[in-house]
Design a protein around this ligand. Structure first.
Ligand SMILES: O=c1ccn([C@@H]2O[C@H](COP(=O)(O)O)[C@@H](O)[C@H]2O)c(=O)[nH]1
Length: 235
């Protein structure tokens, strides 16, 4: 797994993905999420891997432990680099996910890194109070989810840039902080609430950044990607 910015391939079909990826002439780190996977299924993962790219399969599993364990066993066979669950599923569910992933990984194959979503980057503090009835500051909820994720033995979390530094201090630098909600300065936030720029992410504890629409909706996606890489690498 490399540490390039992860491009979110939020497209409706494999055809759109292949057309998008044709513009790039280097191996990338890309994310396949629900929109694409639920339309195209596992074959789109194989296609993107065949084109030479690292893959984060972002399906955010959240179910009873036994179901998540079995699902992860199946996903392990796809040979992706990074997968995830929701930390709200609990410690037993996360341990089940890890067991499934280990059981489904062939001998000699590297196990995918497993991370858990804390609070979605589209969520605000007001929302966790009103809708989830979590009566603590959002940072505390995110930190708590990070700590139980570590306790379950997972490799890291999905969080916003604004919590990444504190999670690094609490859970150690090797514990991954994968941060979506990345925008270029002055860019439209869309439905995201806890956003930051790539250079802010670099300086504030992110291990990996996820960038979708700031690249995929750009007039020149290759040039937008290059800008993100330059800011992320602090050139
Ligand atoms: O908390 C989360 C977890 C996952 N995502 C995913 O990342 C991308 C972000 O796309 P943008 O276009 O850059 O907003 C998207 O695929 C989400 O499903 C997230 O945003 N926040």
């Amino acid at each position: 797994m490399n540490n390039k910015p992860i491009i979110a391939l939020d497209f409706p079909s494999e055809k759109d993905v292949v057309q998008f990826l044709k513009q790039f002439h280097e191996p990338l780190f890309v994310k396949i999420g629900m929109e694409l996977y639920l339309q195209e299924g596992p074959s789109v993962v194989a296609k993107v891997k065949e084109l030479g790219h690292d893959v984060f399969l972002d399906l955010k599993l959240h179910d009873i432990p036994n179901t998540v364990k079995s699902a992860m066993k199946g996903l392990a066979r796809l040979g992706v680099d990074l997968v995830n669950v929701h930390a709200a599923g609990g410690i037993n569910m996360m341990q089940g996910a890890l067991e499934g992933l280990e059981a489904g990984t062939s001998p000699g194959q590297k196990r995918a890194a497993l991370i858990a979503v804390t609070q979605l980057t589209s969520t605000t503090e007001q929302q966790i109070w009103d809708e989830q009835k979590i009566q603590v500051p959002l940072i505390e909820s995110v930190l708590h989810y990070a700590k139980i994720t570590k306790q379950a033995g997972l490799d890291g979390v999905v969080c916003s840039v604004h919590e990444a530094g504190l999670i690094g201090e609490a859970c150690g630098d090797a514990f991954l902080r994968v941060t979506p909600g990345i925008r270029l300065a002055g860019g439209e936030s869309h439905d995201q609430k806890r956003v930051a720029t790539p250079d802010y992410a670099r300086n504030n504890g992110s291990s990996l950044i996820v960038v979708g629409r700031a690249i995929t909706n750009a007039q020149d996606p290759v040039s937008a990607y290059k800008t993100v890489v330059d800011l992320w690498e602090e050139k």
